[in-house]
Design a protein around this ligand. Sequence first.
Ligand code: APR
Ligand code: PHB
Length: 388
Amino acid sequence: MRTQVVIVGGGPAGTLLARLLAAEGIESVVLELRSRDHVLSRIRAGVLEQGSVEVLSSIGLGGRIARDGFVHGGVNLAFANRMFRVDFEGLVRRSVTIYGQTEVQKHLYEACDRSGQEIHFEAEEVKLFDLDTTNPFATSVINGQLHRVEGDFIAGCDGGHGVSRTMIPNPRTYERVYPFGWLGILSETPPVNDELIYNNHERGFALCSMRNPNLSRYYLQCPLETTVEDWPDDRFWEELKRRLPTRTAEGLVAGASIEKSITPLRSMVTEPMSHGRLYLAGDAAHIVPPTGAKGLNLAISDVVYLARALAEHYRRGSDEALSRYSETALGRVWKAVRFSWWMTTLMHRFEDQGSFGQRVQEAELDYLASSPAAQTAMAENYTGLPID
Ligand code: APR
Ligand code: PHB
């Protein structure tokens, strides 16, 4: 097979890139390791930055997001049995939209179906070749048969455990592994609050989120060695109530979990994000802890930059934007990595920092509660810095 852009990975980054390229008349072929159902079965975060909503709207997803998404004009931070709201709309005139990543992925696949986009699921053993030539290609094994796809470019959108990142020679890897995980639960109960609540507590972090008025999403900071089996529903709900402000806990509606999982937290960036005709985007290049809800939003901004640069190549024969892609994308990536690290460090219990660390966190939260300047800084980062 021959195409213009070979896309490795059919998650949000890969499929959104395919749609953005198609809008520019650029052909692509997507090679996805898993089945479509498996990709759609993944439970992921659910916060879209305002800029991400604008990008998804530009490829026709705006109506669904406006209909089924929940626009939030702020978030709540709780600590020391207090709670305060950071008013995004009042401070920076921007908002975020609660909309499940699974829904985004479902609509991206449907858009690919409607347009006849070529996606090969269960494409195994993907290997990349001739990246430093103008005719790179990928091989894969599909239904036991060896396939070869040639292209002008290869986009590595294969996530945190993919093959593309391993093809960057001598990469610089920056990593911070956090000494805890998030235990997440989905329950068909009314959310405890109509907006998100991020809780700092000496017993550990807790997050109150939602998917719709009868589908709640909660997370508890948990030790890395814990397992889902250690946390029957009753224990989860009791611990969540202990970490919430008293008045909030009184309104908590517990119920049977319909999903429960544990996610480790780490920050990681690989530099550079390109080599020859290979360009990395999304989790293939960087991983952020879910505290700042940046993972999906960074995948979106990466592929916006990459699609613009590829369009310049095909439309004007200019490779200037492609040559600057890594620098451009990393400029926004590192600001989001910093913000995610800052929120994680501020809101979680770090045993090695003891009671002093807890009091310093509470002092910073007390300052944030009373400073419009500090809240403005948080608001512009949480709602998303511009995709320049
Ligand atoms: N060959 C082909 N496909 C692969 C390979 C491979 N060797 N390895 C992984 N993949 C596929 C995965 O099955 C997955 O569907 O690449 C896709 C990568 O998708 P994501 O991991 O979702 O990463 P990305 O598209 O960058 O989206 C980032 O999605 O998973 C969340 O937390 C993540 O919110 C972030 C967002
Ligand atoms: C979620 O609803 O899954 C969610 C929301 C905000 C986060 C992380 C996860 O920071």
